[in-house]
Design a binder for this molecule. Structure first.
Ligand code: FE2
Length: 287
């Protein structure tokens, strides 16, 4: 390990446990950001984990629904999801793939499981757009699993780099306003990873398998599966380590927008007037 000044290493401010809920046409999921305990973490508006091998939990999927003013990021660990929108875009999300969708001025789309049994597991993250980009043209970055590079920054550590960089390994997601970092981190027992994170960008770690120690050695917190560690905003690295069991987590960061947020379901704008306009535009078929 490199010697690093202790002050550069971020501490855990608090932990948040996901809440069971359902969305779409009745899909059971766990809401981690966008719930009572953590309303948002600028620029992140929502984080859901969906994980079930009971088909009735997910089969109904997410039939046609709109989005305006932000981005949805779907990262699949297991299972297949079919995507299609009202502008003729379509695709199949397979295990290990990511879709970074910039809804911008508006799309109407569906996200439906393409399987009738077996495990469906992944995340959907909502990333806010700055005011100047809220009405931009919709854009898709559909990234197949083999296009997501893997870094091995230290012994027993594997990082799938979806967005951002680890050493020379650069993630494929580009041109996103908040300069996001999105790492899928696997730690073998005893492994340690000092993840580089730009100071001033909000960051969280969400453990989805095993448990991990997060934060500097003298102040590390044990984060269990299903818990999010909210990190302090300053400091240019996050220390992650596994105990006697392997651990897997996502580490996500982005530049805060510091703009007013007006939210109404799938519309996220800056003012209430813009929300009213979004509803009108959607209802009159202008998406
Ligand atoms: Fe959606």
């Amino acid at each position: 390990m490199n010697a690093v000044a202790a002050s550069a290493s971020r501490r855990v401010v608090r932990t948040v446990r996901g809440q069971p809920t359902s969305d779409g046409a009745g899909v059971k999921l766990t809401r981690v950001i966008g719930q009572r305990e953590l309303d948002m973490l600028d620029p992140f508006l929502m984080l859901d984990e969906f994980r079930s091998d009971t088909a009735s939990d997910y089969l109904a999927g997410f039939p046609d629904h709109p989005h305006r003013g932000f981005e949805t990021v779907t990262y699949m660990l297991a299972g297949r999801m079919r995507h299609g929108d009202n502008q003729g875009n379509a695709g199949l999300l397979t295990p290990g793939s990511v879709q970074w969708m910039t809804a911008g001025r508006g799309i109407v789309h569906s996200e439906m499981p393409e399987q009738e049994n077996g495990l469906m597991w992944g995340f959907q993250l909502w990333v806010n757009l700055p005011a100047k980009d809220k009405l931009t043209a919709p854009r898709y970055q559909d990234i197949a699993p083999e296009r997501i590079p893997e870094a091995e920054p230290s012994a027993g550590v594997r990082v799938r780099v979806v967005a951002g960089r680890v050493g020379d390994v650069v993630g494929p997601v580009s041109g996103v306003a908040v300069a996001p970092l999105y790492f899928d981190v696997s730690l073998e027992p005893g492994a340690r990873f000092a993840a580089p994170v730009p100071s001033g960008h909000n960051a969280f770690a969400y453990v989805y398998s095993g448990n991990a120690d997060v934060g500097p050695a003298d102040a590390a917190r044990r984060i269990a599966r299903g818990e999010l560690a909210l990190l302090e905003r300053d400091g240019d690295e996050v220390l992650l380590s596994a105990g006697s069991e392997p651990a897997r987590l996502i580490l996500v960061a982005g530049k805060p927008l510091n703009e007013p947020v007006a939210k109404y379901g799938p519309f996220v704008m800056n003012t209430q007037d813009e929300i009213v306009q979004a509803i009108r535009d959607f209802q009159s078929g202008r998406f």
